[in-house]
Design a protein around this ligand. Sequence first.
Ligand SMILES: *[C@@H]1O[C@H](CO)[C@@H](O)[C@H](O)[C@H]1NC(C)=O
Ligand SMILES: *[C@@H]1O[C@H](CO)[C@@H](O)[C@H](O)[C@H]1NC(C)=O
Ligand SMILES: *[C@@H]1O[C@H](CO)[C@@H](O)[C@H](O)[C@H]1NC(C)=O
Ligand SMILES: *[C@@H]1O[C@H](CO)[C@@H](O)[C@H](O)[C@H]1NC(C)=O
Length: 288
Amino acid sequence: MYHKGWYHIFYQYNPYSAVWGNITWGHAVSRDLIHWLILPLALIPDNWYDINGVWTGSATRHPEDGNIYMLYTGSTGNLTQVQNLAHPADLADPLLLRWVKSPANPILLPPPGIGPKDFRDPTTAWLGPDGLWRVAIGSRVEKLGLTLVYKTDDFVSYELLDHYLHSVPGTGMWECVDFYPVLVNGTKGLDTSAVGEGIKHVLKASLDDTKLDHFAVGTYDPVKDLWTPDDPESDVGIGLKYDYGRYYASKTFYDEEKQRRILWGWINETDTEFDDLKKGWASLQVIL
Ligand SMILES: *[C@@H]1O[C@H](CO)[C@@H](O)[C@H](O)[C@H]1NC(C)=O
Ligand SMILES: *[C@@H]1O[C@H](CO)[C@@H](O)[C@H](O)[C@H]1NC(C)=O
Ligand SMILES: *[C@@H]1O[C@H](CO)[C@@H](O)[C@H](O)[C@H]1NC(C)=O
Ligand SMILES: *[C@@H]1O[C@H](CO)[C@@H](O)[C@H](O)[C@H]1NC(C)=O
């Protein structure tokens, strides 16, 4: 996200080792997306609702009150995936050094019919025509990969829609769902809530089964909260990929300063665990 002259990235990080575990949010800032300054940890697993890890999340800036709503998945003591809310302690701080978890956490538990370990990675929220925010969360029912949508007014209480935004049989768990508008004719990026003439929507899912980032372009109906692929033969998970090598768990954000949408993702290297431990770090972040 962009805030007061700085780009912020929050990334999953193990402070104790170069192997996966103890997942905590690292935080770095940049003025140009090239030179980065590593800041103190932003969120650590210190509550029952995230004690097994502070996993993927997304930021939403409220256009009226200017507040930043940070939604993230916590893995609980019994390994249930829940959604949590955090805010910057001081919005006037360009570096957003301190974060405060909401006393309302967890704000979402897995709904009936969804497995406790199949409920993660909330998207940036977008505003619907009824004035309510929508948040999408990836899941699955057996091998049906899908996107749940919740409506909210205040980011604390939510209503689950009675249908999926979209689902595709045979694709398994959808991680790190991303949903955003693009111009049909034009190269400028769009705010996540943009809808209307000349706008299509990209739906992207990271397929847990294959560790590949798949996307499709389609049409979003903001009244029915349904997304339909332009080409059903090339639907999410069975058609296009962002990258055909090692590239996973990507997310986009709208850069309002430069009116562009930035895509960043995670590349796991070919190094062995032994090499990673020797290096003292593992994995790369890349931007497009
Ligand atoms: C997680 O952190 C604890 C220290 O709090 C450490 O003992 C343990 O080895 C770490 N696990 C991993 C996988 O790094
Ligand atoms: C695990 O924790 C969640 C969240 O508190 C709770 O809803 C669920 O019932 C628990 N599951 C088991 C098997 O204890
Ligand atoms: C996009 O541009 C093409 C070629 O100029 C035009 O035919 C089409 O109607 C445009 N579509 C939109 C939605 O503006
Ligand atoms: C890392 O990359 C390799 C090669 O693409 C892949 O087989 C593996 O599943 C990846 N691991 C994770 C955790 O994504």
